[in-house]
Write a protein that binds this ligand. Sequence first.
Ligand code: COA
Length: 159
Amino acid sequence: MLNREREITLRFLAEPTDVNFGGKVHGGAVMKWIDQAGYACAVGWSGQYCVTVYVGGIRFHRPVLIGNMVEVNAKIVYTGKTSMHVAVEVSAGDPKEGLYAKTTQCVIVFVALDDRGKTVEVERWEPGSEQDVALERYAKRLIELRKDTEMGPHGIVLY
Ligand SMILES: CC(C)(COP(=O)(O)OP(=O)(O)OC[C@H]1O[C@@H](n2cnc3c(N)ncnc32)[C@H](O)[C@@H]1OP(=O)(O)O)[C@@H](O)C(=O)NCCC(=O)NCCS
C-alpha cells in the first residue's frame, strides 16, 4: 500500500569533518543536512524527484558541537500545485546527557519534477491540527513576503 509520509527525522552524530574555524559545526554542513532532510520529505510526499527552489528565513539559534547527536526534522507545512513547503528544525545535544535543544530552523520549498524535468502536480496536504493550521498560515505569509522582497534572476531591481 502507498504510504505518503508527511514528516521524516534524520538522526546522526556531528562528525569531526563538519568542523568550522571556530571548532564547532560549519553552517554549511547544517544547511546541507536541512536540504537533505527536506529533499527526503518532499520526495516521500510526492513520490517524484524534487529540486529545491527556495530556502528562506534560516535562523541559527545556537551552535552544534562536534560529537553532538543531531536530529533534523522535516515536515510538509503547505502544498501548492507543484511545490511543497517544508519546515525543517535541527536539534542537537550531547548523547551522554540525552538533552536536545533547537539549534536551527527554516522553511524550504521543493518542486516535484517528472522524468523529463517538467514540473508535476503534487498531492495536496491538509492541515489536521491547530498547530498545522498555524504552520500553513506561516508558510502562506512567507509566500506573500517573498513577493515584495525577493531578488529576481537579474538581481536587485533598483528603479
Ligand atoms: C524547478 C524549476 C524547474 C521550476 O521552473 P519554473 O519555471 O520556476 O516553474 P514555475 O514558475 O511553474 O514554478 C514552479 C513552482 O515553484 C514555485 N516557486 C517559484 N519560485 C519560488 C520562490 N521564490 N519561492 C517559493 N516557491 C517558488 C512556484 O510557486 C510553483 O509552485 P506551485 O506550482 O505550487 O504554485 C526551475 O525553477 C529550476 O530548475 N530551478 C533550479 C532548481 C535547482 O537546480 N535547485 C538546486 C539543486 S536541487
